[in-house]
Every structure is written in C-alpha cells, then in structure tokens.
Ligand binder design. Structure first.
Ligand code: XCC
Length: 657
C-alpha cells in the first residue's frame, strides 16, 4: 500500500482526545496501522500561528506583513500606521467576503439552473415544487393571481437576479425582514444592495489605505453578510426547494456503517445539490446497476457527506456517512469505490488518502480542481455525462478492490428535514398551520427559547464533543434546538435527532415534543439553509407576542466547532439580524480592543444582535441561556404565564385611546 508519508518524529495522535465519533476513531487507528496521515495528525503537529490566531497580523500590502502584539495591542501600529482595530476589522472583513462569496456563488448557480430549466435549455432537471415557486414569488410582491406559471417563475428569476447584480436599492428578500428589524438596518445603513456590489466594495474597503475605521468596516461587513443570509443563501435554499422539492421529515441513516462491503460504495461530498441529484439518477440507471452486478456487487450504494449529504438525505433518504472531520477517515475503510466532490470543504489532503486506498477522487466543478485528483467536469445540460462516469469509475475500483476492508459497524437513525414550512405545519396542524403554538409555548414557558446550533467540526477541537454536550445542556433547559450543517450530523450520531430523545429534554420541552411527536433537536438542512432559520425567526416575530424585531426574541445561535470563513459570514448575518451568536474554538479578535467591544457589545446597543465567545460547551450553554432569559425578562414572560390574546373589545379600546 502506498503510504502518504506519515513522517517519523511527529507527535503521535492521541485518538481518544481528538474525536468522540467512534467510527472516526476506529478509522484513525486503522490509518495509523496503514501509515496514513489525516488532518488530525497535521493539526496535532502544526501549532496555529499565534499572531494570525489573534488577527494581529496585517498582510494587505507589501510594506509588511506587519505583526502587532496581541498582549499589548495598542503598543504598535503597522508600517502605514494601521491600528490593531483596523487590522482586525480588515481581516474579519476578508473572512466575511470569502464566506459570503461562497454561499452567494452557490445560490447564483442554482438561479442559473432555474432560468435554464424555465427557458428549456436544460432538460434533465425540472420544477418539483411549483407551489413553492408561487409562494416565494408572492412573498416578494410578484403578482401571482390568474397568471401563467411560466410568467410568474420568470418574474421570480429576474427579481432574484437583483440579489446579485443590483447596484442600488434593497435586495428582494429584504421584503421578508420584520419591519422593525428592517428599520434598524436602514437606520444603520446596512441593507444590502446586491451581493456582487457588497462583496466587491468590502474587498475594496479592506485593501491598504481605504477604510480605516473599524465601525465603518463593520457596517460594510454586515451588508455583505446580509447579502449572503437574506440573499445568496436564501436564494440557494428557495430555488433548491423549487427545483428539487421542499424537505419534510424523514428517518435517515447516519454514520460509517451505511457503507456496504458487498456493494459499490459512492460518496458525494461538497455543497451543491445539482450534482447529487444527477447521481441519484445515475445509480438507478439499469445498465449501470447491471454493470455493478456483473462486477460482483449486490448493487450501488450512494452515500452523502457534509452539506451535500444534508441536502440529499432529506429529499431522497440517501444515507449520510459523516461530517467534515470524517471525510478522510471514511476513505480509510477501504470500502469507498469513488468519492465525487464539487465545492467547499474539500480538503486537499483527501487526494493522498484516496490514493493510499486506490479510491478515485473525482472533482466535478470548474471552480474546484485539485492537483492529483481526476477531473470529470459536470455540465447541467448533460449532468449524467459526469455522474455516470463517477459510477463507472467506482465499479472499476470495486472490481479491482485489493485493500482489506474495515467498515465500522455503527449506524444511527434520526429524523431530519424540518423545513420552516414543515415546522409551521407540524406545530399547527394542517387546519391551523402557523407558528402560534410555538410562540404560545415560549410565552407560557414550556419552551424557554430557541437555539440554532450549527456549523463545522474542526481538528483543533474534540470532534463532535462541543456540539453534543452543548445541545444536551440546551434541551435539558427546555431550549428547542434547530440545526444545520455538520453539527446536525454530530447530533444525529449521538442519537438526539429522534423523537425518543425527548426524554433528555427538560419537562416543558419534553411535553411539547411528545405531544407533537418531534425530536427536541430539529435538523433543518445544509449551511445555506441557515436561511430557513432566518425565516423561522421572522415567522415568530410576525406571529406576535414575542416583540417586534428579531432582536427581541428569546433566541441565540452558536457555531461551537467552526473552521470555515463561511461560518464567520453566517455569524455576522445572524448578529446583524438581531441574534446573539456565540462562536467556539477561537475568535480572531483581541479582547480588550475597541473592535472587540464593538462586535461583542455595541452592535446590540444599536438594535442588532452581538457576538459571544466561549470554548467549553457548558460555558457556551450558560451564555446562550442567560441571553434567552434576558430576552424573556424584557418581554415580560420571565415568569411562566398564559398568553392573553387580544379580543375585539381590547382592540376597540386601543383604537379609541
Ligand atoms: Fe463545511 Fe457545509 Fe462547515 Fe460542514 S458545516 S465543515 S462549512 S460542510 Ni456547512
């Protein structure tokens, strides 16, 4: 077996200290025996740069790089005179730009596909959910009554294109924002115009010698991030639902035990559902199924990982093998016959691990080639040209499997796919679908508040540990948890995404879960589907009784093991939308600086949310619960009491007053 040069003299990995995922741990032990290195080994042997970690380094020009002292942040400035606040704000801005660009580009790809499906240029995809198309169009003021579907859909396309290309005005989904939240944005000057403009301008502002006031840079960060959350990400979610169907809850299998030794195993990893949708077609193609059988396989087993997997398991019941820090480990099973990837979170290290096990690693997106991987380009006008080829390569590898195979025999089943539409239906029933029961249960205290726990896993943290401990503590305290991204898979592996997990919840939340038959932890989708959480909190505001803006709600968010710039963009759009958002691992800002105070305190004073930071799951939970309680107190619902509904007489009295 080719080894990927695990270098002698390196620190040996303490496997039990780096992951709580038993399957990943088993594969890391095998990797050690096989002489294969993963990101866990590299993280253990590469100390994070202490200056970069604190964001005290500026390399936006070539008079530097300039290094400031995080311990004495105001003792020095850069060669140009840039202060620590300017340097940190610029670095933060670049992360927001990159993260927002990733999601908005993904959304734009979905929109391109939608247009070409409508105009008939692409025939391999269709519109699975025309009703949603009408609803989304109506939500942004497009006339839908007595009109042809095509006309409404085309109007929707043109309107949503403004999310990207508009140079002045407000992005279309600003119409969905609760009035008071939008008023705050307007007052602060942070309503996004168009994503291209905001991202371009923020890149400009954060270049040498332009914006050198951290407050002004933060405003531009909010605009770019909001162009992601209420723009590109929301477009990605809504258009994906229109094209591929809106998820509703389904029991799905998670963990590496979903691989089958006697089948051709294909993993799709990345973010965009168009590739994966076509894979579903290809693995069901009779000639390819027959080819797999002729090669001695019982069938073709299609499996997802990371966000691609999250998009698909709720729409097609495709099983999910694991989250970000398991993508190398899963190859160590020797059972993966091909891994197809598109964009985002694809570690370059996968190439060497795949090579060790003779697994074809196939890149498919023109944006993402990887040296040493095979590139088979995916085209939406001929999607199966690419996805059939992935299957063919996988069958070829299956036929010539020469590696010993070891599949961790662990499978967890969870219920996922709680779109905001389904939450509406689930709580209210088909006759009175609404968020009223949720709001009522928050007001009467059965549910203390709602927490979004989202985001990546990171080899600097014990994999899954913080996600799981944090969520356990939240639900024990009657906080309903909604989830996206790799965090959702951590909780699924821990068995908390089942209705039975209600017994782990506090008495109020348990009662609600048991009445409705829902888990205390609701998986709502991939990272772009954080937009579903934005819509859910908007519905909570609009339903009434919990204040006038998102900032009034007893809600909080967290990405406890984040690693991606996309998470910073997500965090900033939640903060700008009014949500207290706590990050773990590390925060690229020096404490005790003006920029730190701005993000962690002053934004809230201006009617938005604010950032928080803690590493330990119990500390994070304490911060989130304290914030939820603070909001309950401000709403006057800190003591459990029944909601008093206004009747007509009350209304008349109010109007007369
Ligand atoms: Fe990537 Fe989306 Fe993070 Fe997972 S949660 S590591 S961004 S796959 Ni999106």
């Amino acid at each position: 077996m080719a080894k990927n040069e695990i270098i002698s003299g390196k620190k040996e990995l303490d496997i039990n200290a780096v992951t709580t995922c038993d399957a990943t741990a088993q594969m890391l032990r095998k990797a050690r025996r096989d002489g294969v290195e993963t990101a866990f080994d590299r993280a253990a042997n590469m100390k994070a740069c202490p200056i970069g970690k604190d964001s005290a380094c500026c390399k936006h020009c070539f008079m530097g790089p300039c290094r400031l002292n995080a311990k004495d942040p105001y003792s020095k400035v850069g060669v140009c005179g840039a202060t620590i606040d300017t340097i940190m704000a610029r670095n933060f801005a670049r992360a927001v730009c990159a993260g927002s660009a990733a999601h908005t580009d993904h959304g734009m790809g979905m929109l391109d596909l939608f247009r070409d499906v409508l105009n008939g240029k692409i025939k391999d995809y269709g519109i699975k959910n025309p009703q949603k198309c009408i609803e989304v169009a109506a939500s942004i003021g497009i006339e839908t009554e007595d009109r042809e579907f095509y006309d409404v859909a085309m109007d929707l396309y043109h309107e949503l294109e403004r999310t990207y290309t508009q140079v002045d005005g407000e992005i279309p989904f600003a119409k969905r924002v609760p009035a008071k939240t939008l008023e705050t944005w307007r007052k602060e000057g942070i309503v996004p115009r168009g994503a291209m403009r905001e991202i371009m301008e923020l890149m400009h502002r954060s270049t040498m010698g332009v914006d050198q006031h951290y407050e002004n840079i933060t405003k531009a960060c909010s605009r770019a991030a909001l162009a992601d959350g209420w723009g590109g990400s929301m477009v990605a979610t809504e258009i994906s639902d229109i094209l591929f169907g809106t998820p509703s809850p389904v029991a799905v299998e998670v963990n590496m035990g979903v691989l089958k030794e006697d089948q051709v195993n294909i993993i799709i990893h990345g973010h965009e559902p168009n590739l994966f949708e076509s894979m579903v077609e290809s693995v069901n193609e009779p000639t390819l199924v027959q080819a797999a059988k002729d090669a001695g396989a019982k069938g073709i087993n299609l499996v997802g990982m990371c966000c691609s997997g999250l998009e698909m398991f709720v729409r097609h019941g495709v099983p999910h093998a694991g989250n970000f820090m398991s993508t190398e480990a899963v190859l160590v099973t020797g059972a993966v016959d091909a891994m197809g990837v598109d964009v985002q979170c694809i570690k370059q290290g996968l190439v060497k691990v795949a090579d060790c096990y003779k697994t074809p690693l196939i890149t498919t997106n023109p944006r993402c080639h990887i040296e040493g991987a095979t590139h088979v380009e995916f085209h939406e006008h001929d999607p199966k040209g690419c996805t059939d080829e992935i299957v063919i390569q996988a069958i070829g590898r299956f036929k010539n499997r020469s590696m010993p195979i070891e599949i961790p025999q662990i499978v967890n089943t969870g219920v996922h796919g709680f779109s905001h539409e389904y939450i509406n239906y689930m709580l209210g029933g088909s006759f009175r679908a609404s968020y009223t029961p949720l709001n009522d249960n928050i007001i009467n205290g059965r549910i203390r508040g709602v927490a979004g726990v989202v985001g990546c896993t990171n080899p600097r943290m014990k994999q899954d540990y913080v996600h799981v401990e944090l969520v356990k503590e939240l639900i024990k305290n009657d906080v309903l948890v909604v989830q996206t991204g790799c965090s959702q898979i951590a909780l699924a592996k821990a068995g908390l995404t089942t209705p039975e997990a209600a017994h782990l919840a506090g008495p109020g939340l348990k009662e609600v879960c048991e009445t409705v038959g829902m888990p205390p932890v609701l998986g709502v989708g991939a990272c772009v589907d954080n937009s579903r959480i934005l819509i859910a909190v908007t519905e909570m505001v609009k339903t009434g009784g919990l204040g006038d803006s998102i900032a009034d709600l007893p809600v909080a968010g967290c990405a406890p093991e984040f690693m991606s710039e996309k998470a910073i963009a997500i965090g900033q759009y939640f903060v700008a939308s009014g949500v207290y958002t706590v990050f773990g691992v590390t925060f690229p800002i020096v404490e005790g600086t003006k920029f730190h105070k701005h993000l962690f305190q002053e934004l809230e004073e201006r009617g938005m949310g604010k950032w928080g930071f803690a590493v330990d799951p119990h500390d994070i939970a304490a911060k989130m619960i304290a914030h939820i309680d603070k909001k309950r107190k401000a709403l006057g619902i800190d003591k459990a009491r029944e909601r008093v509904l206004m009747d007509m007489a009350d209304r008349r009295d109010m109007e007369a007053a």
